[in-house]
Ligand binder design. Structure first.
Ligand code: PLP
Ligand code: COI
Length: 340
């Protein structure tokens, strides 16, 4: 029996579910997986995650398909990225099998919270790793806790699939040029809060951050990558300070499948003059089409959408991506794991 939830109006937020899974790395090895019904963690007050931000996370989704089956999208890629993040902060990488087993079990145990097919909602899986050894000197922990929680979510940007406006703001960077932007580190999000808050207060849905070294090239769009369509080509920033988005990788593949050229390269702010579509893409955002981009420092306004509607290529991307995730289209690239 499904949980009694208004699936169609779910926000992107935390909604309690029945179980979460935990596993501790101690004495040089990962222990037994623990199934918990508690929503809290009991950790040492001097844990490295609390003081020195040894904290990394992931985000992926499970879907109920047209055939009633449960599918998780590109789980292995999230496992790999989390290992990269762990290495970036000298944390303990989580073995792929452990990551996958805990994600699958968390989905199964909370099956009644998987939104029904066609509701537009999905089950968001949030793996989290934290350093738990007490330290006062700035040192890595030698004990780590890995938690997988799940929560049903609706669209990340209010209103779902429709254009929103974003802004460029030069007085904040979320990451440093050779810093932690390429990893999914909690601190990056802390560093983005002030800029995002300011943007939201001005009515924008997100900040399009520029490369932190030269402030010349587009980097990424709040908690999502950025892409645009220019002369029929898919263009997306190449940068050391952005997160390698699994959604973006998938869109690049879909674009190639659709016969489009794909360019991963530096994109200057001026180039926004000549793009026909632009969007923020990510697990939470899916493809969120951009109407206009305002450069708050120069006063320039880049009107991307001419008719106020999401562009045809972005619309097609969403149809394809959602189709694969919900079993309406064949999974030709091996992106799906079925949860039996
Ligand atoms: N960039 C940032 C900063 C993010 O937080 C996310 C979300 O995970 C993305 C990009 C998109 O990545 P993915 O498509 O793997 O969810
Ligand atoms: C995601 O897309 O999974 C994200 O991580 C975005 C966010 C809510 C941090």
């Amino acid at each position: 029996m499904n949980a009694d939830i208004e699936w169609g109006s779910l926000p992107f937020g935390y909604y309690p579910t029945d179980y979460n899974l935990r596993c501790t790395f101690r004495d040089g090895k990962w222990g037994e997986i623990e199934v918990s019904q508690s929503e809290t963690l009991n950790i040492h007050m001097a844990a490295t995650s609390l003081h020195y931000s040894q904290e990394i996370f992931e985000g992926l989704k499970a879907f109920r398909g047209v055939d009633g089956k449960i599918r998780i999208f590109r789980m292995r890629d999230n496992a790999k990225r989390m290992q990269d993040s762990a290495r970036g902060l000298l944390m303990e990488p989580i073995p792929t099998e452990l990551f996958e087993e805990m994600c699958v079990r968390a989905v199964k145990l909370n099956e009644r919270f998987i939104p029904p097919y066609g509701s537009g909602a999905s089950l968001y899986i949030r793996p989290l790793e934290i350093g738990i050894s007490p330290r006062i000197g700035v040192k890595r922990a030698d004990e780590y806790l890995f938690v997988v929680l799940v929560t049903p979510v609706g669209p990340y940007f209010k209103g779902g699939f429709q254009n929103t406006n974003i802004c460029i703001m030069r007085e904040y960077d979320r990451v440093a040029p050779q810093g932690t932007g390429r990893w999914k580190v909690g601190g990056n999000y802390a560093a983005s809060l002030a800029a995002s808050h300011k943007a939201h207060e001005m009515g924008y849905s997100a900040v399009l951050f520029l490369d932190p070294k030269e402030k010349k090239y587009l980097d990424e769009c709040g908690p999502a990558n950025f892409y645009a369509i220019k002369d029929g080509k898919y263009i997306t920033p190449k940068s050391d300070s952005i997160l390698p988005s699994i959604t973006n990788m998938s869109l690049m593949q879909l674009a190639r499948d659709m016969g489009m050229e794909v360019e991963q390269r530096h994109i200057t702010v001026d180039e926004l003059e000549s793009v026909s579509e632009a969007a923020a893409c990510g697990t939470a955002a899916v493809c969120s089409p951009i109407g206009r981009i305002d450069d708050l420092n120069t006063g320039k306004k880049y009107q991307i959408s001419k008719d106020g509607k999401p562009g045809p290529i972005t619309t097609e991307f969403v149809r394809k991506l959602e189709g694969i995730r919900q079993g309406e289209l064949p999974d030709t690239h091996g992106w799906i794991t079925f949860v039996e």
